[in-house]
Write a protein that binds this ligand. Structure first.
Ligand code: ADP
Ligand code: MG
Length: 208
């Protein structure tokens, strides 16, 4: 499966659709350990992204993803806006001028996506954030590609790892963001940002 700008457009539309569908669930997860706005924040931002997407694949992957990042920073708000916005911008910077991506390009971009989030948010694995979904996804993608698994299957495995990573946030104590104010009382709830991050990776796996 070669990843083209058309694939990335599918990805972004599909991610927006999944987030819209799961908006209430993301708000409910955030109600438990935050301020109940994560679904609303992301739905607003991804709707704005889709509205501004080019109709056809004439743009390169880098410009496309950088523009998505700028749009998210301007529209999402909360903690997740700058985090996801920076993630998309950093991913885009790795793909300057690229039209067709091979597995290693996708891996480099996803690693930059994660690094953007950790650069801004300083969260480590186990802190109960979106990093807990994204880091296993990156590791799994790297392992699968290293074992010469085809990119579409490697992305499915990465999406499964992100889902498992989101689920694994349930027993964690939050150490970053608004949920950290709850300390031990954050235990027993799935992190909303890890949940949305897993949706974004699932959308990528389904975009091919
Ligand atoms: P806010 O907390 O400002 O209301 P959102 O509700 O949109 O923002 O996003 C909350 C999510 O952001 C959390 O569930 C968590 O996954 C993520 N998050 C918050 N702070 C950080 C951080 N420092 N690093 C990584 N992710 C973070
Ligand atoms: Mg919130």
């Amino acid at each position: 499966m070669p990843v083209t700008t058309a694939t990335l457009l599918n990805w972004l539309r599909h991610a927006a659709a999944l987030i819209h569908e799961q908006r209430d669930r993301l708000n409910d997860l955030d109600a438990a350990i935050g301020d109940a706005d994560h679904g609303a924040n992301l739905d607003r931002g991804f709707a704005a992204v889709v509205e501004a997407l080019p109709a056809g694949p004439e743009t390169d992957a880098g410009s496309l993803l950088k523009a998505v990042g700028v749009r998210l920073i301007a529209t999402v708000g909360g903690a997740s806006g700058p985090l996801y916005g920076t993630a998309f911008r950093r991913a885009g910077m790795q793909l300057e001028g690229a039209q067709t991506l091979v597995g290693q390009d996708v891996l480099t971009a996803l690693q930059a996506f994660l690094d953007g989030i950790t650069a801004i948010g300083k969260a480590e694995r186990g802190d109960k954030t979106m990093v807990d979904a994204l880091a296993p996804a990156v590791t799994t993608l790297a392992q699968a590609l290293g074992a010469e698994v085809a990119l579409d299957e490697a992305l499915r495995r990465a999406a499964d790892a992100a889902d498992a990573g989101a689920l694994a946030t349930v027993p964690m104590v939050a150490r970053r963001g608004r949920a950290a104010y709850l300390g031990e009382r954050s235990v027993g709830h799935q992190d909303p940002g890890a949940t949305s991050a897993a949706l974004i990776i699932r959308a990528l796996a389904d975009a091919g």
